[in-house]
Design a protein. Sequence first.
Length: 277
Amino acid sequence: MKLSRRMLGAALGAVVATGMATSGWAQSATQDLSRESVIETIKQDGVIRIGLSLFVPWSMRDKNGDLIGFELDVGRKLAEDMGVEVEFVPTAWDGIIPALVSGNFDVIISGMSVTAQRNLTINFTDPYAFSGLAILANKELTAGMSREDLNSSDVTFAARRGATPATVIAKAFPEANLLLFDEDGASTQEVLNGNAHATMASQPTPNREAGRNPETLIVLEGELFDPRGEAFGMRKGDPDAMNFFNNWIAQNWRSGWLKERHDYWFATEEWADQVAQ
């Protein structure tokens, strides 16, 4: 009996010791993850580096060459709330994810929609904006055509290389030709010049372009393509940063700040005189 009690006591001691060791290891691992978070790097450096690509009205340069747009408002307020400076790093769209992974900046805030393919390489926060794609077409070239008629080898689309519209066009209109450019503006210009039948972009950009060029451009009616949210892009394996960014986004949704800023840039043109037309 005494031996059994002694053995039981030893066994219980071993379990307790194992539990304490496991708890200690878990705590140490958690602390290591916290120390390795980009949030700690941002706090130590006193600056958050944000990768973005230039496209209206998310991010663009005004007449003085300064960066303005929805993303710039988001990035500046994020930095202000963190108590740090902000550095924007303009980057070509087709290289922005590799640049994030390589550590060229801390986070992507550039109207990037969440896709399964992108999510294989980077993590995404909760959405901080929502949009869908519409077709902006050359009125003369597409006269009498339905959306279904655009799926033809006689039709040419234009789109920004590596962006969601290019992927959606290729999937929705596989028979059409697709011209790829480095900037959104070039795609619209091809349609304006009559070198392409149509392009595709997030609303309200198509409505705005058609309003500016009513004699040449038209937005084809129908449901929006690929409705989805845009989110911050982050390097994988950083739960602390994910927690912070998600909480920041949620707080600014609840306060109405994100909606107010989005409405300003996307539902009005009060800012239009700041940029070259």
